[in-house]
Design a protein around this ligand. Structure first.
Ligand SMILES: [Zn+2]
Length: 246
């Protein structure tokens, strides 16, 4: 997708359901959560792009796995990750914390800490005309990340931070889980027409081998039960229910 005249963001699907995002502007690129290096290197070389930075949302191997090989190809690349993850994200050379801003690709990027999936997960937000956010494994379309290290309260508060962004924010997450999340949501709310419509739309995209991501915050507020939870108790019920849903 293009969010100004020259910038574009490309999603590369890898492994079972991961999506690596490449954000390109002129001859430069930033990659977000490279699970693997090979498809990223191929894309950047074919398009004659220099890798300026790697953004890491959290330490899981399906998000940082490609970083080492990318550094070999582009030794000057900035590897940007949470200051709290110096041990678990070993190649970081630019450590950031909540509220920090970065200048990349002629844009200002804000770091927002979104704890829950891991104890120090971060997201990267760009307040452009079309605002965008890379949320890693915090929010998925119709779903949210599993709580591995944080608490229900932390994840609930992290989703609140995302909910507070402008309605037209485009959300880029790191997994293509949309269809199964919608089927779960329909199990809980079988009469919800918004969710039914979204499922039809998503099935069409999948049939065309298109990604169902990014998604718009405004749309997500209608179909994402986690975002719509009114309080922590309701959110916790939903998260626990989803954990055992098959
Ligand atoms: Zn993860």
């Amino acid at each position: 997708m293009k969010f100004n005249k020259e910038q574009k963001i490309i999603g590369i699907r890898v492994l079972n359901d991961n999506v690596i995002w490449i954000w390109a502007w002129r001859k430069s690129a930033v990659v977000i959560d490279p699970a693997l290096s090979k498809p990223v290197i191929e894309y950047l070389k074919i398009n004659n792009l220099n890798l300026e930075a790697i953004l890491q949302t959290h330490h899981h191997s399906d998000h940082i796995g490609g970083t080492k090989e990318l550094i070999k190809e582009w030794p000057k690349v900035k590897v940007i990750a949470s200051l709290k993850e110096k041990d678990r994200i070993p190649f970081q050379n630019l450590s950031v914390k909540d509220g920090d801003t970065l200048e990349l690709l002629d844009e200002e990027i804000k770091v927002i800490e979104v704890i829950g999936h891991t104890r120090s997960h971060i997201a990267f937000y760009v307040n452009n005309k079309v605002p965008i956010i890379f949320v890693g494994d915090t929010l998925f379309s119709a779903g949210c990340g599993r709580i591995f290290e944080g608490t229900y309260k932390q994840m609930y508060n992290s989703l609140k931070k995302i909910k507070s962004l402008p309605n037209n924010t485009l959300i880029y997450c790191a997994h293509e889980y949309t269809k199964s999340n919608l089927l779960w949501a329909l199990d809980l709310e079988p009469e919800n027409q918004n969710i039914k419509n979204k499922l039809i739309e998503v099935e069409k995209k999948i049939a065309l081998q298109e990604l169902t991501i990014p998604f718009l915050l405004e749309d997500e507020m209608k179909i994402n039960l986690f975002l719509r939870a009114d309080n922590l108790k309701e959110f916790s019920f939903l998260r626990a229910n989803k954990d055992i849903w098959v």
